[in-house]
Design a protein around this ligand. Structure first.
Ligand code: HEM
Length: 416
């Protein structure tokens, strides 16, 4: 048996990767950006320029020499996601392609379809149902145990930041003593776009840890283990290439952890700020899935996904060339009045799944059903165990902020 993979934390022990994007990256300044997005969309559903710069943020360091446009309309965003003949994911290579490696998000067909099929099977309905009966409720309840008796809590730092991440960590069957470091590095690696020093450090440390871990699982697969299953899976009689397997796990922490953390936090934030709708959900739990869909539409946690055209195109009168960065702004598409009547109103009875918070088309989120299940479990567990859950009126109201990933910084609640 080989040596156990070793995980190493940031050299600078004081570095806080969880707040770095909002503090160091200045993204915390961006609060309710929907009125400005609506104004721009009305002028033209394709914004000719760098939308990050428009909001006063620094340009993405990984895409400095590139021209930027931003798609703000639901129709345009959907078109760019679904027309894979015309639009490519290769533009992810300088950022995602560096911090996760050759993951499915960076691929176009036929490579994408080939690998995606296998990864999608790993998140199939049977698997998810099994997790929904065991690991998911177990780790959600374990976290609630920590504050239930107190009568009040701050749910970001005590709950939402951890439950999706703990799930992925447990799914990968990694040692529990590595968990906090792993969490910090996973957050750290996506900082590459504005903080290369910490971004690279995190990326290298995670890559080496996961490479050793995958190699160990290939040499000695664990029966029934998710990671061993992927590490030893075959397509057409051949094992998946090492870099694709390792990239998949490098991506999973962020794709499944940060997104669900911000997603669930934004749903809770919306309900806490609309107490009559929170009350309705408490009274009628069939509204839980609807509240989740509406929360994700109303304040979509993933702000920007990327594409580039394979040949010159014109969208809404704007010419776009291969190599240009198209920023698909999901929160803008999800509040397009052409797709959602009265789009700025948060209304859980709308409950439509037609929003683009999980993307559209062949790259649509692989984990969407898992994310929905996790969030529904988390919501039901909170309401079962804290029936008097409400906003803590003595504390500032929660507010969604951020740019690349959006969510509230705090969720102060009472339940006494
Ligand atoms: C609320 C939670 C989530 C949100 C809002 C979200 C959002 C998204 C979006 C917008 C995309 C499309 C990216 C693109 O087209 O360029 C995506 C892709 C992806 N997501 Fe999620 N996600 C969530 C949860 C998860 C979970 C729980 C997992 C797995 C554990 C996951 C794994 C993935 C993967 C692997 C892809 C790449 C798919 C591909 O390129 O074919 N996500 N996600």
């Amino acid at each position: 048996m080989g040596a156990m993979p070793q995980i190493q934390d940031f050299r600078d022990a004081a570095f806080n990767p969880f707040t770095a994007a909002k503090e160091g990256g200045g993204e915390g300044r961006i609060r309710d950006f929907h009125p400005e997005l609506a104004k721009l969309r009305e002028q033209n559903p394709v914004y000719d320029g760098d939308i990050k710069r428009h909001f006063g943020l620094d340009a993405d360091l990984t895409l400095l020499d590139v021209r930027h446009v931003a798609l703000l309309g639901a129709r345009e965003v959907k078109e760019a996601c679904t027309n894979v003949e015309l639009y490519s994911n290769a533009i992810y290579m300088p950022n995602l392609g560096v911090y996760f490696g050759r993951s499915v998000t960076t691929m176009d067909n036929p490579e994408h379809a080939r690998f995606r099929r296998l990864f999608q099977q790993a998140f199939g309905p049977k698997q998810i149902a099994r997790w929904g009966e065991g690991i998911i409720p177990r780790m959600i309840n374990r976290l609630i145990d920590g504050f239930e008796a107190r009568g009040h809590a701050e749910l970001v730092s005590e709950f939402t930041l951890f439950f999706p991440f703990h799930f992925i960590h447990e799914l990968m069957a990694l040692p529990v003593e590595d968990r906090d470091t792993f969490h910090r590095l996973a957050f750290g690696q996506i900082l590459l776009t504005f903080d290369p020093e910490h971004g690279y450090e995190a990326m290298e440390k995670l890559r080496s840890y996961l490479t050793e871990t995958v190699t160990a699982r290939r040499a000695a697969p664990i029966d029934g283990d998710f990671m061993s299953m992927i590490a030893t899976a075959e397509i057409d009689g051949e094992r998946l290439p090492d870099d694709v397997v390792i990239s998949f796990f490098r991506q999973l922490m962020n794709a499944g952890g940060d997104t669900s953390y911000n997603g669930f936090s934004t749903v809770l934030c919306a309900l806490l700020n609309h107490p009559e709708q929170l009350e309705a959900v408490k009274q009628d739990r069939t509204l839980v899935p609807k509240a989740i869909e509406e929360g994700l539409r109303w304040n979509s946690p993933v702000c920007m996904i990327s594409r580039t055209p394979k040949r010159p195109v014109e969208l809404a009168g704007v010419r776009i060339e291969p190599g240009d960065h198209m920023a698909l702004i999901l929160p803008a598409a999800n509040r397009d009045p052409a797709a959602f009547p009265d789009p700025d109103r948060f209304d859980i009875h709308r409950g439509s799944r037609a929003h683009g918070a999980f993307g559209f088309g062949s790259h649509i989120c692989i984990g969407q059903h898992l994310a929905r299940l996790e969030m529904a479990h988390a919501m039901n567990a909170l309401l079962d165990r804290l029936p008097k859950l409400r906003r803590d009126e003595s504390m500032p109201p929660p507010e969604v902020s951020g740019f690349m990933l959006r969510g509230p910084e705090q969720l102060y609640v009472r339940f006494d």
